[in-house]
Write a protein that binds this ligand. Structure first.
Ligand SMILES: [Zn+2]
Ligand SMILES: [Zn+2]
Length: 483
């Protein structure tokens, strides 16, 4: 009924402006939706990676934050929530809409990001002389925000369950759908009226996960859309299958067990760490691994694991079955959670140890001191289990660097590098095309974002060739009327 007014006026229009995760840059996800009477931002992500990309975080927002009514969040990764504190500092007073799990994860992610900025390790890629505040370092005058700014952001959250349709403003309503990417992640279905007063629907994929991922549910398939915005992180290629990935992982760990060597896993604290624990739990409980110690050396991952324990309604059937059978996937023989920096140093030289530490792309955090200790050893293993953005230390290591600089120290690289991309939290090319194929009525346009030059181009072409749909690759700040 609310749509009637706009039907008569004939002036209703909706515009989408592509702010981030465009121009071949994967990070900085943000989209501005301008309805006749309201302005809504979808995600407010931080730019991450090369210094040229990270510098974009300091640019003024290309809109007035005070004029926004709402921010919708697809999930709590930093490249989707990382500039929220800056948005609030610049006058945003509306509500932030998300799932309850996203709210909880966003809080720990933002606190962590603030801490890293305070310590001026933000642009460092792990290559700066670094001192934490505790070690007599100083607060970075260029920090976009500090930990003190986070409570003001958290106050604005309003959470909704997945699957509930909500009329948010007179000219739009939305529903969140499972995106299967990380705990609490969603795609958005957004309904609005076009200039003729006809209802139109935009679907924003958010980041999509792999079908069959551990713990969390699979992505929902959405049947209808007039317009779709789809991510393309892995639009150009397919992951190695999960089973081979697991076998490879197990083989590395068994070798380490035999040789009493060390395995460092740079770990994203949210989702990846819990997924690895889930697999390790199964390996250990089945007796496939013996004699190793396992450390989660990341206060952030410990907090994230607590959130996972808290939001069990987001689990898939397998994880539920495991729980009901009395097996806690986040606790098993040999596993220890490391909280204090002192204990982190204690385990640094330990052999026969598997150490999971952040940050996932080696841009900071405790993983750096473990790398300094471990990279020079031929029998040690570094296992990458997630996407490594160009410009990060993680990327340089998988690209075959033989010498790297960490905390001002030149470190020779002799350890064995492994990349297990089957663990990816992202849908691959098959998954993305399959997800897009589920739209019964052909969408009028598919906007391809959140991919580097190759991945976005390949996916856009496949959408045209294989799915026979219109696809477009929007450029930064490009605007489209969705009629
Ligand atoms: Zn993500
Ligand atoms: Zn993302």
């Amino acid at each position: 009924m609310d749509g009637l007014l706009y039907k008569l006026s004939g002036e209703s229009h909706m515009k989408i402006k592509f702010i981030g995760a465009v121009g071949g840059i994967v990070t900085g996800s943000s989209y501005l939706l301008e309805f006749e009477k309201s302005k809504i931002l979808v995600d407010c992500g931080m730019f991450q990676g090369e210094p040229d990309v990270e510098r974009l975080n300091s640019d003024p927002f290309p809109y007035n934050p005070a004029e926004l009514d709402f921010v919708l969040l697809t999930h709590a990764h930093l490249d989707h929530v990382g500039l929220l504190p800056k948005l609030v500092k610049n006058g945003f007073k509306g509500k932030i809409i998300s799932t309850d799990a996203t709210k909880s994860i966003a809080e720990i992610i933002l606190m962590d990001a603030a801490k890293i900025q305070e310590e001026d390790n933000y642009y460092g890629g792990g290559n700066r002389n670094y001192k934490s505040r505790e070690e007599g370092g100083y607060t970075n005058p260029n920090a976009l925000y500090t930990r003190e700014d986070i409570p003001d952001v958290m106050e604005l959250f309003e959470t909704y369950p997945i699957g509930q349709q909500v009329k948010l403003t007179p000219d739009m309503s939305f529903r969140m759908r499972e995106a299967g990417h990380i705990l609490g992640s969603v795609s958005f279905e957004i309904w609005f009226m076009n200039s003729q007063g006809r209802e139109r629907k935009l679907v924003m994929s958010g980041d999509l996960g792999q079908t069959g991922a551990r713990i969390i549910k699979d992505p929902d398939f959405i049947r209808e859309a007039d317009y779709v915005v789809v991510e393309s992180t892995y639009g150009g290629r397919n992951h190695r299958d999960k089973n081979s990935t697991l076998l490879e992982f197990l083989a590395i760990l068994q070798e380490a067990s035999k040789e009493k060597s060390r395995v460092i896993i740079p770990t994203f604290a949210v989702e990846r760490a819990q997924e690895l624990l889930y697999e390790l739990n199964l390996f250990v409980e089945k007796g496939l691994l013996k004699g190793l110690k396992y450390y989660v050396d990341s206060p952030l991952a410990i907090k994230a694991t607590e959130i996972f324990r808290q939001f069990k309604s987001y689990y898939d059937e397998d994880a539920m079955a495991l729980l009901h059978g009395g097996d806690d996937p986040f606790a098993f023989r040999g596993l220890e959670y490391i909280q204090s920096p002192h204990d982190s140093r204690r385990i640094a030289g330990e052999r026969g140890a598997v150490i999971m530490a952040g940050s996932g792309m080696c841009t900071g955090g405790r993983v750096l001191h473990h790398l300094i200790n471990t990279l020079p050893h031929k029998d040690a293993h570094i296992v990458f289990v997630g996407f490594q953005v160009p410009g990060t230390l993680g990327r340089r290591l998988i690209d075959g660097a033989t010498m790297v600089r960490i905390h001002g120290v030149e470190v020779p690289v002799r350890a064995q590098m492994h990349t297990l991309n089957g663990f990816s939290a992202h849908a691959d090319q098959h998954d993305l095309l399959y997800w897009l194929r589920s739209f019964g009525k052909a969408p009028r346009e598919v906007f391809v974002t959140h991919g580097d030059q190759t991945n976005r181009t390949v996916l856009a072409q496949l959408i045209r060739d294989d799915l026979q749909l219109n696809s477009v690759i929007p450029e930064p700040l490009q605007e489209y009327v969705l009629d």
